[in-house]
Design a protein. Structure first.
Length: 345
């Protein structure tokens, strides 16, 4: 466990569009937030599933792509200086007392927070795992679905599975420090950025990477972990010896550890009220696609509305002795100060 505990008034779980707008609404009220997301970049489904697809129902914006929406939200929250903790999953949420929660990530990062906002969309994105019998026993031993410490792969023979951005990025990054990397993808067309594909092919020309097009058909192991990956290449089968396996077959949304937090769960969503968007646990709020209430519509713009009301409720919880007044960004000097807007003389 980390020796340092991060203390904050608000902790947002999920860095999709609603989670980012939650930062903005809290910031307007003078509440600073930390943000945790399992993905390595902010953006949630917008970035993972449809960065290039057009979105037409954001008020005041006739059309924008998912990526453009996230970029604009990131610019919008800059005045509030949120702290992001990406590539981490919340493992523990527990009440310390009536005023504080203890939150711990799977990377042993610990927080002490007054409020928690669950903005996890359809849940945390979990890696799609290999489905060979018995292989789960080697997860985090020498089979990995994410890389936390690249130095662990120094001088090792590495097999990287997958053809998307994550797989290609790690092939390129780990190649200089490894004892050889084999990249295995089932198709000869890669899903990652062309620039990264070109870098991998250049490393292949230098003999540092061996790209293989084929289907993973099995594995071999001993007491220490996976020792080889078998691949079907046309009518032939080949065995690739390895010291470590990195599998990047994409992500699938699941409720994940949230289901263990003691909240009132409605199938794969969290029940909330429509005044505060508070869950069954006071001080924990749920906004966006992950929540449920009568009449709920899973729209980004609905999540924005929910984030605004949840912010006011949280502000009252954090500072119960102060009255929270509604102020308008158009005219309020305090709002302008928080936004970093210079007043006209």
């Amino acid at each position: 466990m980390s020796d340092q505990i991060i203390e904050t008034d608000a902790l947002i779980v999920g860095a999709g569009p609603v989670g980012l707008f939650q930062v903005f609404e809290l910031g307007l009220l003078g509440v600073k937030a930390h943000v945790i997301d399992t993905m390595r970049v902010a953006g949630g489904q917008c970035m993972e599933l449809y960065p290039d697809k057009p979105i037409y129902d954001i008020p005041g914006i006739p059309v924008c792509s998912g990526e453009e929406l996230i970029e604009n939200l990131m610019v919008q929250i800059e005045p509030f200086d949120p702290v992001f903790h990406l590539g981490e999953e919340v493992a523990v949420v527990e009440a310390v007392d009536d005023d504080w929660f203890r939150v711990v990530t799977d990377n042993d990062k610990e927080f002490r927070t007054r409020t928690v906002f669950i903005a996890g969309g359809v849940g945390s994105f979990q890696p799609r795992r290999l489905r060979f019998e018995g292989i789960d026993a080697f997860e985090d031993k020498n089979l990995f679905y994410k890389v936390r410490d690249p130095s662990k792969f120094e001088g090792k023979r590495i097999v990287v599975l997958g053809g998307g951005d994550s797989a290609l990025d790690w092939v390129v990054e780990l190649a200089p420090r490894s004892n050889g990397i084999t990249s295995i993808h089932r198709r000869d067309e890669y899903r990652g950025a062309q620039a990264t594909v070109d870098k991998m092919m250049a490393l292949a020309d230098e003999g540092k990477v061996e790209p293989i097009i084929g289907k993973v058909s099995g594995y071999k192991s001993d007491d220490d972990g996976v020792t080889a990956i078998t691949v079907e290449i046309g009518d032939d089968e080949r065995e690739i010896a390895c010291d470590a396996v990195l599998a990047f077959y994409g992500l699938a949304p699941k409720l994940g550890p949230i289901a263990e937090w003691g909240l009132d769960i409605n199938r794969k969503t969290i029940n909330v009220d429509t005044e505060k968007f508070e869950t069954s646990t006071p001080g924990i709020y749920a906004v966006g696609d992950i929540n449920y209430y009568p009449g709920k519509k899973k729209l980004i713009l609905s999540g924005f509305h929910e984030a605004a009301l949840a912010s006011f409720a949280a502000k009252e919880r954090i500072e119960p002795e102060k009255k929270v007044r509604l102020q308008y960004t158009t005219t309020s000097p305090l709002m302008h100060e928080r936004l970093g807007i210079a007043e006209e003389s």
